[in-house]
Write a protein that binds this ligand. Structure first.
Ligand code: KG4
Ligand code: ZN
Length: 340
C-alpha cells in the first residue's frame, strides 16, 4: 500500500475529553479537544456527566477537526477510535460514532488502544522533535494511568510496571484536594513546588516490589499529616503551602525516577519516552534531563498537545495500522479494561 495520500480521522472519548484529529501521512492537520469543565465542581470526573457531554460534543468536534484540516469527510481514508481502556459510558459514544461514520462512508474502521496511543504519539511527524528508536521504555503518567512499557516495535510492547492502586496524577489531585486546591491540582502543585523547599517535610515512599507503583498511601500520608499539623496550627497549610507542595513533588518525582532507574538497569534500555498529563511537570522534566547527564539516558518528551488525552495520538495509531491493513470489524465493542 503506498502511503501517499492517507487521511485518518482519530476519535478519542475514553475519559473527560472529547477529541478529534485528522492525520495526513503521519502529520497532524488538526487536533481538536473539547475538555469538559463540568467535572471541576466535583473534584473529579463524574462518569455519567462525561458520557452526556461526549454526546453533545462529538459531532461538532469531529466537524471542527475536518474543517481545520480543510478536508471533507469523503476524503477520509479511515476512521480510528479509542476502544479502551476508559470509562464505558464515555467509550461507547466514540465507538458508536466511529462505527457509524466508517459504515456510512464505506471506509475502514480502526480500533485503538488508548495506552498504546499515548506511547505512539511520539511518532507524529513534528519538526524539532526526535522520535525514539526501538527498543525504548515508555512511561505513561497521567490522572488515569501510571505504566512503564517496554516497546520493541509499534505493536510489540509489554507492560513491565504499573500502579497497583492510584495513578500518579491522582496522587497530585487528591493531595491537592486535601490542601484545598482546585481540580486538577497537578499544575498548581507544580508551580508552587518551584517556590518551596523540597526538603521541608518528609513523606515516606511506598515499598512496592519490582517496577510496580503505589500512590494511595502517599495520598493518605498527606491527609494525616495535614490533619495532625492543622490541629496544632489551624493556618498550617496556608503558611506552608509552597513547602508542602515542593516536598510532595520531590517525593513523587523520586518514586518515578527510582523505578525508571530500575527499569533501565533491568532491561539495559536507556531511551525513555514519557507521555500523559503529568509529563508536563517541571520536576519530572528536570529529573529526566539530569538522568541524561548522570546515567546516559536519552529522553523524549512529546509536544504538550500530544501528552494529555488527545485524538492525534489515536489518529497516528490509525495511520500506522492502516499501513498494515489492520482493520476492525463492524461488530467491535468498547472495552473498559482493554490491555496493551
Ligand atoms: O493526560 P491527562 O490530561 O488526562 C488523564 O488523566 O488521562 O492528565 C491529567 C493529569 C491530572 O491529574 C493533572 O493534575 C496532571 O495530569 N497534571 C500535572 C501537571 N499538569 C497536569 N501533574 C503534575 N504537574 C503538572 N505540571
Ligand atoms: Zn490518557
Amino acid at each position: 500500500m503506498s502511503s501517499q495520500n492517507i487521511y485518518v480521522l482519530g476519535i478519542e472519548s475514553s475519559c473527560d475529553d472529547t477529541a478529534a484529529s485528522v492525520i495526513h501521512n503521519g502529520k497532524n492537520l488538526s487536533n481538536v479537544v473539547a475538555s469538559q469543565k463540568i467535572h471541576e465542581a466535583y473534584g473529579g470526573v463524574v462518569p455519567e456527566l462525561a458520557s452526556r457531554a461526549h454526546q453533545q460534543n462529538i459531532v461538532p468536534v469531529v466537524q471542527q477537526a475536518l474543517d481545520k484540516a480543510n478536508i471533507t469527510k469523503e476524503q477520509l481514508s479511515a476512521v480510528a477510535f479509542t476502544r479502551g481502556p476508559g470509562l464505558m459510558g464515555s467509550l461507547l459514544v466514540g465507538t458508536s460514532f466511529a462505527k457509524s461514520l466508517a459504515y456510512g462512508l464505506n471506509i475502514p474502521l480502526i480500533e485503538v488502544n488508548h495506552m498504546q496511543a499515548h506511547i505512539l504519539a511520539h511518532f507524529i511527524e513534528e519538526e524539532n522533535f526526535d522520535k525514539p528508536s526501538f527498543p525504548f521504555l515508555a512511561m505513561t503518567i497521567s490522572g488515569g494511568h501510571t505504566q512503564i512499557v517496554r516497546v520493541d516495535n509499534y505493536f510489540e510492547m509489554e507492560v513491565i510496571g504499573e500502579t497497583i492502586d492510584d495513578a500518579v496524577g491522582e496522587a497530585y489531585d487528591k493531595s491537592g484536594k486535601t490542601l484545598g486546591l482546585g481540580y486538577p491540582a497537578g499544575p498548581e502543585i507544580d508551580n508552587r513546588a518551584q517556590l518551596g523547599n523540597p526538603k521541608a517535610f518528609q513523606f515516606t515512599k511506598p515499598k512496592v516490589d519490582g517496577l510496580n507503583f503505589s500512590f494511595s498511601g502517599l495520598k493518605t500520608a498527606v491527609l494525616y499529616f495535614v490533619q495532625r499539623e492543622t490541629k496544632k496550627n489551624p493556618d498550617f497549610v496556608k503558611e506552608n503551602l509552597n513547602d508542602i507542595c515542593a516536598s510532595l513533588q520531590y517525593t513523587i518525582i523520586g518514586i518515578l525516577i527510582d523505578k525508571l532507574k530500575l527499569a533501565t538497569k533491568q532491561t539495559g534500555i536507556k531511551q525513555i519516552a514519557i507521555g500523559g498529563g503529568v509529563s508536563a511537570n517541571s520536576g519530572i522534566r528536570a529529573a529526566l534531563m539530569a538522568g541524561e547527564k548522570k546515567f546516559g539516558w536519552k529522553t523524549f518528551v512529546p509536544k504538550f498537545e500530544y501528552t494529555t488525552d488527545n485524538a492525534a495520538m489515536i489518529a497516528i495509531v490509525g495511520y500506522l495500522k492502516f499501513l498494515e491493513g489492520d482493520f476492525a470489524d463492524q461488530d467491535v465493542t468498547a472495552s473498559a479494561r482493554l490491555k496493551i
